[in-house]
Design a protein around this ligand. Structure first.
Ligand code: ZN
Length: 317
């Protein structure tokens, strides 16, 4: 497969990778980040439809700051010629590694039962069990590694510690999902979109705040404790953008069946409609919004199709 690295002469070199944040910071910080992300993205994407690429995204804790950090990365686009390759018969089995990072050997050393439950939630969401589309992706746990390393535990997105952790632990190729559980740099999690250069393959994967895993902690009870932070981050990993990406812009998140929305959702405000001139209410139940876990119940058929196309183009070996 030919990879076209878009170096965006004059267009945009750096695409942000967004993530969902969790921990620190204040609500205003979150809003500011989202606003900036949209402002940067919208115009650029208008002119470079496909440069979607990019992003790694994350969720964080509403009222506590952004869910995800913004990652500055250059990505390649999903070209038009790669679209429409998936379909109802699409099936992909994704070998998955969970890398558990603890600062002291005890804290955050999540049990196998928690990991199994997290995998179950991911697979049920992917299969449409909670609602929405059946995506055709199945995630099988290949292995679990456990590391005690305080700097990896506290690693920020893009930090030396993140690179060191990943270059040490990363398994497999583009088709393998690597999930690192730590504090996610103070966010709920973040992930890289497909399209990283070969030389940076080790960066690929999801960084997940262990406190968002089902049954792991009381930190996010009632908000982000059902395991759908991973569902969201894996959405990015298969090339899905936020439903609020591009704001009310027509291209939005590059998926036709997710109604346009201006800003991320906090909680589960039924009836929210931030693009009143566009059809449909805000898709607050979509895994690629920033709603509470209990509010989420779907990927759309359009998102499933995009993820399938991106899998075939970027990841399928
Ligand atoms: Zn995200």
């Amino acid at each position: 497969m030919t990879r076209i690295v878009v170096l965006a002469a004059g267009v945009l070199a750096a695409l942000a990778v967004t993530a969902a944040p969790a921990v620190s910071a204040g609500h205003s910080a979150a809003s500011a980040e989202c606003t900036g992300w949209e402002a940067d993205g919208a115009g650029a994407f208008d002119s470079v439809a496909a440069l979607t690429a990019a992003a790694s995204t994350a969720r964080g804790g509403a009222g506590e700051g952004p869910k995800e950090p913004t990652l500055n990365e250059t990505y390649e686009a999903l070209p038009d010629s790669a679209k429409g390759k998936g379909g109802p018969n699409f099936k992909a089995t994704v070998p998955t590694w969970i890398h558990v990072i603890s600062p002291d050997g005890k804290t955050a050393n999540v049990s196998q039962a928690v990991i199994d439950e997290q995998m179950s939630v991911l697979n049920l969401a992917s299969a449409g069990f909670y609602g929405g589309a059946k995506t055709g992706f199945k995630f099988t746990l290949e292995g679990v590694t456990r590391s005690t390393n305080a700097s990896w535990y506290n690693a920020g997105a893009g930090s030396f510690a993140e690179r060191e952790m990943k270059s040490t632990l990363h398994e497999g190729g583009w088709e393998t999902l690597n999930v690192y559980t730590n504090l996610a740099g103070g966010y709920l999690g973040y992930a890289y979109l497909p399209g990283l250069p070969e030389s940076r393959q080790y960066i690929d994967g999801v960084v997940l705040n262990w406190q968002s895993m089902p049954g792991a902690s009381s930190r996010y009870v009632g908000r982000y404790d059902l395991g759908h932070t991973l569902t969201h981050e894996v959405g990015h990993w298969i090339d899905l953008e936020h439903t609020f990406f591009g704001g009310c812009n027509a291209k939005g998140d590059f998926v036709d069946d997710t109604p346009a929305m201006l800003v991320p959702t906090n909680g589960c405000p039924v009836g929210k409609d931030t693009c009143e001139k566009k059809p449909g209410l805000d898709p607050i139940h979509n895994y690629m919004d920033y709603s509470y876990d209990s509010c989420y119940n779907q990927f759309t058929p359009g998102q499933a199709a995009r993820g399938q196309d991106a899998w075939i183009y970027f990841r399928d070996s």
